[in-house]
Design a protein around this ligand. Structure first.
Ligand code: ASP
Length: 335
């Protein structure tokens, strides 16, 4: 028998009607009861919390990270499934992946329809996640949704309500799961894992600021004034903004604030092509380009670098290191 531990954190897969809308409420055993357990698998449930994922904090995510490591300290465990809200699943999955140094998989899943919906997607997704957790090795942290297996790195929520909710728009998926079996199509590239961070008294503040026509760095400067230790600039196109943003990035760097550069475009890498406020100048001023990582995961990369080291230069080195592995050249994106 494969021993799989299911860690329940809430989300729509655990949600019920609250009178005005749906919200996470069910505990782990109730969530587990919606799914058929595949033959040859025995399940243990860890009922960690039950919250809608937009309400998750860094403290929740670090508690989950620690729990995953504690569970994997038992050599008798064959894999982990984490049930999670879909809204911020990509952030938690990537944080776990950056610290994951174990051949056994951690598989995140959830649902677009609430737990008591007729023909809901939660039972199938949870079943497929269990099959995947018991069936693969050496693929890192994975996202299983709608019969597809995705690498944590690069995968984002691409659909607000459709069942096929996740994809990496710049790379292909890792595999498929169905009929009780997993087929692996590619092995994701992953950098060396970061050590498990201490639980800080107060998590470092990392803000996202998006550029747009007529944009100025007022919100970027407000982030610095609010004590941000990291800022992710969500730029236009291949990573472009304005000369005023270049100055703001240089100021941030002088103050030891880690700045990452991503784009609001759904697919493709940040690339240094343009000057006069473009990625050429933003990078020269100290922003670290995030390859094909989108905003939420770029923020997690910055957070992980901040948690891993106390000094600014080491943090920059670590950010470059965790960004080092990217999508596979030539892979078909978006599915
Ligand atoms: N609001 C939900 C969440 O917790 C959405 C979902 O789970 O699909 O993220």
């Amino acid at each position: 028998m494969a021993r799989i531990v299911v860690i329940s954190t809430g989300g729509t897969i655990a949600s019920r009607w609250q009178g005005t809308g749906f919200a996470a409420e069910a505990r782990g055993q109730e969530v587990m009861a919606i799914a058929a357990v595949p033959t040859g698998i025995e399940v243990e449930v860890v009922d960690l919390f039950s919250v809608n994922s937009p309400r998750l904090t860094t403290a929740h995510q670090l508690t989950l990270l620690r729990t995953v490591h504690e569970v994997l300290a038992d050599p008798g465990v064959d894999g982990i499934v984490v049930t999670h809200g879909t809204d911020t699943l990509e952030e938690t999955a990537f944080l776990l992946d950056l610290h994951h140094d174990d051949p056994r998989p951690v598989v995140l899943t959830g649902a677009q329809l609430p737990m008591e919906a007729q023909d809901g997607d939660g039972p199938g997704n949870l079943h497929d996640a269990l099959v995947t957790a018991a069936g693969v090795r050496d693929l890192g942290v994975l996202v299983v949704f709608d019969g597809k297996v995705h690498a944590a790195r690069g995968t984002v929520k691409t659909q607000t309500v459709a069942h096929d909710a996740f994809a990496d728009q710049s790379a292909s998926r890792v595999g498929d799961v169905g009929f009780g079996r997993v087929s692996v199509l590619r092995v994701p590239e992953r950098p060396a894992a970061l050590p498990l961070p201490e639980l800080p008294d107060r998590a470092p503040r990392v803000d996202l600021v998006m550029h747009h026509t007529d944009g100025d760095p007022v919100l970027f400067e407000a982030a610095l004034a609010a004590g941000a230790q990291g800022v992710v600039l969500v730029a236009t196109g291949a990573g472009n903004a304005t000369p005023a943003f270049v100055e703001a990035v240089a100021t941030a760097r002088e103050r030891g604030v880690l700045v990452a550069l991503t784009t609001r475009v759904p697919a493709g890498p940040v690339t240094e092509i343009y000057t006069q406020g473009g990625a050429v100048d933003l990078v020269a001023a100290g922003a670290v380009p995030t390859g094909t990582l989108r905003a939420g995961q770029a923020r997690i990369a910055v957070l992980a670098a901040l948690l891993a080291a106390p000094d600014a230069e080491r943090r920059r080195q670590l950010l470059h290191a965790v960004l080092g592995a990217g999508s596979v050249a030539g892979a078909q994106p978006g599915n």
